[in-house]
Design a protein around this ligand. Sequence first.
Ligand code: G6P
Length: 492
Amino acid sequence: MGAPRTAPILVASNRGPVSYGLGEDGSLTAKRGGGGLVSGLSAIGSDSGAVWVCAALGEGDREAARRAGTSHLNPGDTGGQQVRMLDIAPDVFAAAYNGIANSVLWFIHHLLYQTPVEPVFDAEFAEQWAAYETYNAAFADALAQEAVAEAVVLVQDYHLALVPAMLRERRPDLRIGHFSHTPWAPPDYYRLLPDQVAADVLRGILGGDRAAFLTERWATAFADCCAAVLGAEIVRDGDGDGGEEGSGAATAVRFEGRETRLGVHGLGADAGFLRERSRQADVDERLTSLRAQIGPGRKSIVRVDRTELSKNIVRGLLAYRRLLETRPEWRERVVHVAFAYPSRQDLAVYRDYTERVRRIAEEINAEYGTEGWTPVALHVKDDFARSLAAYRLADVALVNPIRDGMNLVAKEVPVVSERGCALVLSREAGAYAELGEDALVVNPYDVEATAQALHEALRMSDGERADRTKRLAAAATALPPQAWFLAQLEAL
Ligand code: G6P
């Protein structure tokens, strides 16, 4: 049994390009998967011969995966892409995805723990960790089955940190890369993890030929963790043949007789797709209704996020409240259009956070709203067309994450914007490395400074806004998804 070995290129990620809804009559409806990872990887193209291995996330997915067995999903559902969806036992999946990936590894890399009380590494954690190993092994098995001799395998993100080493054991002939779509924690914070787990995650990724990141900063942090936790040797730019040490960026990690090269690929926005998509009729319709909601002559501050702790939506709202408090001239003249789409609602901290966002938005509206003006327009229903409409009309975009691997919203807004849009950007977003010069840069924890940046953004002259937007758009599209993907293949 098992799929034949046919794939010259394989991609593996937890979330795949498609997710399924299950009707009461047992019918399945396919929908495009969400999030930055899927947007980037969708550029693979169906004619590359690549096979994408992903996990079944919900009931609909599980049903589709069961029906397909070890075959690929119906290409009609996936835009022609060959997709193998793994039906992993629900309890194993929940422990690996909710327990380890999204509650532990995500929290570590985004520095989200409130450390006097969190994290707690107890017996439940140990069980979840065992499930994470099982779940990673299921991916390694499927990839080993699908890959032709010497195939290239691109493993994605913190869900699958153990896969490179597991796959090398099963198939030493393959060329294996790992790509992190998140930040990487600095060593002192990373070492909150139990020692064995901290070491296993690094060893897992070092099992590949290459480990790649969205920015230099995250690649350096990874190398620093390898040195601090494993005692691995870091190879740096400028290291001489005579053994003298270079002082430049880390380029590889040497550990137990193997070398894993490091790479940086700053995923950019897909200008062609965005410009085309944002001019379609459904976006026009939403533009009209958003304009009506904002009201004539008013400016808009737009944000678009998953309702995610690392996105810092609450401090964004507090900064807006502070703006209205300290700069009364903006009252009735601006609307904060906040799209906060539900995410990871199986986790109580995410549900609580979603609730806080809703409450603070209501408080601001109660405090400052007037008969003809609602200061915050909060939308929680995921709607890509409406996000694009907001990008078109935004005067200011607020992107203030506590920490973010890249943040594609910061890159998409300048591409789609019609009249130019001022960008208020956290220095802790990966996108800061490329967009920092033309954005209004903030420390995401500093509510007061964020309020001041919003004020400056609103006041920016039309000419300056347009000039900055042009430069931001050029920087944001330097490495579009297709080129980003090809660069990784070539490097392997
Ligand atoms: C981030 C992660 C991705 C993930 C996405 C959506 O961008 O890096 O791996 O797919 O969030 O999160 P979710 O848990 O819904 O897949």
